[in-house]
Write a protein that binds this ligand. Structure first.
Ligand code: ATP
Ligand code: MG
Length: 423
């Protein structure tokens, strides 16, 4: 479609050379309380991308609020968290008011839902079923699988069985195992899987299609996401190419004018370091996580700074008595070194050189605690300073602008599938 067909508001989005700038699209999840891991592993990298790319690219920031409840959440706080988390990104250094930055809520633009439905009808059930995120979230827990496998293999489970007697339906498996009824055990596995499936929403199954709509509506070329979203990005490309092929005679340039570039190019663009994984202060073998209840191990961005200092000072370490950077043997100490490096803005090499071989863990903890306290104090002050009315005004004005872009794409799709006249 030529740019002349766009409405005046949309033309505003073109540079003086009359060429639309390439678009970067990034989503900011609304649910839960972000923690230090989210800050260092997701928020700062996003701020960095904005700083690096805003001169040459338009950046579409959106709140994927419709994605928030594919798994159960507290709906009483969803709306409030949407705004609060945007304030967090501002406090982290994001400039939503920069030239070429657009901020909007997914649920405010109905084209997302409408395009999802249309795309759904061109998406294959088998494709969705193969998505690993869906499989992960809907499958048996790893521990359950292990036990069940052992049962099926007929191994001696006497040690484990004791632990399982109180757990149903695992207890049933025990009985079956006793009588060596492997077929029946297999049946139980299937039933367990089915029970799980009954608690999984169709929304979770379907959410990659909504994600495809989020991207394709705006002809986004770059979508900086983690490895866990790679398959979803690829299905977006597949769907776009499928529809572009099918309706080639109607829209020779392709109904989706720009589709996201392939994975290797996405990585090149984002220069993303997937390696950053901040661990829990309590159980440093595990990552800090929103959905796991681990108050002593998790520093939330809303924590009282003094309380956070206590958490750091009580961090689990080890009994080696010597500081070394080694995720396998000394995850607690290594986590502290990594956090210190990221918060103080020094390279990990520099920090390790300073601390390696020293024996006073307390000193290292104190150095980290000072940085964490400083971060939280400054961060929370910045959050308080955000003008909510101005934020809402920005959202509403950008929602009007990007809504026009989304509707332009939706109309092309509606015309292609025969819902609207094709001119
Ligand atoms: P959940 O437990 O519900 O999955 P989460 O804490 O993993 O929550 P997400 O909302 O899944 O948070 O992730 C938001 C972003 O934060 C993602 O880009 C993810 O890679 C990043 N992230 C999450 N946890 C960490 C962590 N411990 N260290 C570094 N980055 C993290
Ligand atoms: Mg996560």
């Amino acid at each position: 479609m030529k740019q002349d067909n766009y409405s005046p508001q949309v033309k505003v989005m073109y540079t003086t050379s009359n060429m639309p700038r390439e678009r970067v699209l990034t989503g900011i999840r609304a649910n839960g309380t972000p923690h230090l891991g989210n800050y260092l592993g997701a928020m700062l990298p996003m701020v960095e991308i904005q700083h690096r790319k805003s001169k040459t690219h338009d950046i579409f920031f959106f709140v994927p609020d419709l994605h928030s409840f594919t798994t159960p959440i507290d709906h009483d706080t969803l709306y409030e968290h949407t705004l609060r988390n945007l304030k967090f990104f501002i406090a982290a250094g994001m400039d939503f008011w920069a030239d070429g930055a657009y901020l909007y809520r997914q649920s405010s633009i109905s084209a997302h839902s409408e395009l999802t439905w249309i795309l759904d009808c061109f998406t294959y059930f088998g494709e969705m079923r193969r998505m690993t995120q869906f499989k992960d979230k809907s499958a048996l827990e790893a521990s359950e699988v292990k036990i069940v496998k052992k049962v099926l293999d007929g191994y001696n489970l006497t040690q484990r069985l004791k632990k399982l007697t109180t757990q149903r339906p695992m207890a049933d498996i025990r009985n079956l195992f006793m009588f060596d009824r492997k077929e029946a055990a297999q049946k139980i596995v299937n039933e367990l899987q089915a029970v799980k499936a009954d608690h999984i929403s169709v929304g979770l199954f379907n959410y990659p299609v909504l994600m495809a709509a989020d991207i394709l509506l705006y002809n986004a070329k770059y979508v900086p996401v983690g490895e866990d979203q790679r398959q979803h990005l690829e299905i977006t490309r597949d769907l776009a190419l499928r529809l572009n092929n099918k309706f080639a005679s109607i829209f020779p340039a392709g109904m989706f004018e720009t589709i996201p570039v392939e994975w290797s190019k996405q990585l090149e663009f984002a220069q993303r370091d997937n390696g950053i994984r901040i661990r829990s202060f309590r159980t440093p073998e595990k990552k800090m996580s929103k959905s796991v209840s681990d108050p002593a191990g998790t520093v939330n961005l809303t924590d009282d700074p003094k309380g956070a200092v206590k958490k750091v000072m009580a961090a689990t370490t080890d009994s080696f008595g010597v500081i070394n950077f080694d995720w396998q043997k000394q995850p607690g100490i290594t986590n502290l070194l990594q956090i210190l490096s990221l918060l103080s803005g020094r390279s990990i090499h520099e920090v390790v050189t300073e601390w390696q071989g020293k024996s006073r863990y307390g000193d290292l903890k104190r150095a980290v605690a000072v940085e964490v306290e400083k971060l939280l104090t400054n961060f929370q002050q910045k959050v308080d300073e955000v003008n909510e009315a101005k934020l809402l005004e920005k959202l509403e004005s950008d929602e009007a602008t990007v809504g026009l872009i989304a509707n332009t794409t939706l109309l092309r799709v509606q015309q292609a599938v025969g819902l609207r006249p094709r001119n």
